[in-house]
Design a protein around this ligand. Structure first.
Ligand code: ZN
Length: 408
């Protein structure tokens, strides 16, 4: 019987036929003997995390795959990001993510990341604890230029637009309510006041004067976006009885793990970039099986390379991942290995698409099918057929003998 599981998600893995690859996708064209061997001994299928014809975001697709219906549990990126930097939301809170950016005196965006500043803690500590119209702002640094923001007070709503215009040389957006509620209007008003007040504080800091002298972009504006409201989210352990561990390089994915109450494991060399140490992540996943029931491993770079429109590097990265996957060839007998993706990121689109992705379940007494390769079209012929993200956890629980009987 299977007692433990590793769920390995390659972000943006799926793709479309590439002319230079003879009409194969980067995954199909890549030499991946280890993944192919896993597929050969697995039950395979293809999946769209949100359902046919839906284009998944990385956040919603992960929630769906992990069994948390995004319609119920997702209210914006903010709550996930602040979970990732270790903040706890309370009932009524609104959470936002933000970049420390650079604006000029007319509030026009000069740089969205303040010259890719590496540490914003000297700035966030000046803003943390500010109060505007009875709303307290809790502000903590994230990785590099990022920060998390919690608005805590009465009558707040996440039905507001972003202040971050997501482009350069345009003025910072005024935050607007997106519904007619007085709460949304109040939240937008308070946030606009906060942004003005925080600019006044940040622009005069010695820290920024020094940056200006050194010809660096001043970090004088917190560009907030992705407002989301507190929702009660049962932890992975509460929901499934499985102790879970999250191994990821990217902040969003650590955030998803933290949002679902997983242990977050920092692996040296896990960068979320093509240079990431995949082998170290897989090794850590194996070690974590000793203390945890469920290991969620996220590997980011195939998505970024798809967004760059770079099939050659995407293929190379998948070959690198395949070499690292040798580590997973001798998993203990009671371990289920599931490999899939959150969505496709076709190089021709440089963006997410609704094209399904391959998925494989290997271990125990899964019904091994005739598929012998890990690829989009090969896995589409597998025994699982087409599934959605919300079917993944039930299938894992089924194979682990943990599904409840319906009826008698
Ligand atoms: Zn993704």
């Amino acid at each position: 019987m299977l007692n433990k599981a590793i769920l390995l998600i390659f972000d943006g893995l799926g793709d479309r036929p590439i002319k230079d690859f003879g009409g194969l996708t980067p995954l199909e064209y890549a030499k991946t003997p280890n993944f192919d061997k896993i597929a050969e001994n697995a039950e395979c299928g293809f999946m769209n995390a949100l359902g046919r014809g839906l284009r998944p975001g990385s956040d919603t697709s992960h929630l769906a795959i992990l069994g948390y219906d995004p319609d119920v549990y997702y209210s914006g990126r903010g709550p996930i990001e602040v979970a990732g930097i270790g903040l706890q939301l309370k009932h009524g809170d609104v959470a936002l993510r933000g970049n420390m950016g650079t604006i000029d005196e007319n509030m026009v965006i000069i740089d969205r990341r303040a010259g890719r500043i590496l540490d914003v803690s000297p700035l966030t500590k000046e803003l943390d604890g500010m109060e505007v119209d009875g709303v307290k702002f809790i502000i903590k640094p994230g990785t590099a230029h990022r920060a998390g923001v919690i608005m805590r007070g009465e009558n707040l709503s996440s039905a507001i637009t972003d202040a971050d215009p997501h482009e350069l040389n345009v003025p910072l957006h005024t935050v607007e309510p997106t519904d007619d509620s007085p709460e949304a209007k109040r939240t937008a008003d308070v946030l606009n006041k906060f942004i003005k007040q925080s600019y006044e504080i940040l622009k005069d800091l010695e820290f920024n004067k020094k940056r200006a002298e050194e010809d660096k972009y001043e970090a004088n504006c917190l560009l907030v976006r992705g407002a989301g409201q507190y929702k009660h989210v049962p932890s992975f352990k509460e929901r499934y009885g499985l102790s879970a561990s999250c191994i990821a390089g990217g902040g969003l994915y650590k955030g998803i793990g933290a949002f679902l109450g997983m242990e977050i494991v920092d692996v040296p060399g896990a960068t979320a970039l093509p240079n990431t140490d995949i082998k170290a992540k897989f090794k850590t996943a194996k070690e974590k099986l000793k203390s945890h029931d469920f290991i969620f491993v996220h590997v980011k770079a195939a998505d970024s390379l798809g967004e760059d429109g770079n099939p050659e590097d995407k293929k190379d990265f998948l070959e690198k991942a395949d070499k690292a996957a040798a580590v997973l060839s001798d998993l203990p007998e009671d371990v289920l290995l599931v490999i899939s993706a959150d969505h496709s990121t076709p190089c021709e689109l440089k963006n997410h698409s609704a094209d399904p992705v391959p998925i494989v379940f290997k271990g125990g007494s899964v019904r091994i099918d005739d598929v012998t390769a890990f690829g989009e079209r090969a896995c589409a012929k597998g025994g699982l057929g087409f599934i959605e993200g919300r079917h993944v956890m039930p299938q894992i629980l089924n194979l682990m003998g943990r599904l409840q009987l319906i009826g008698a």
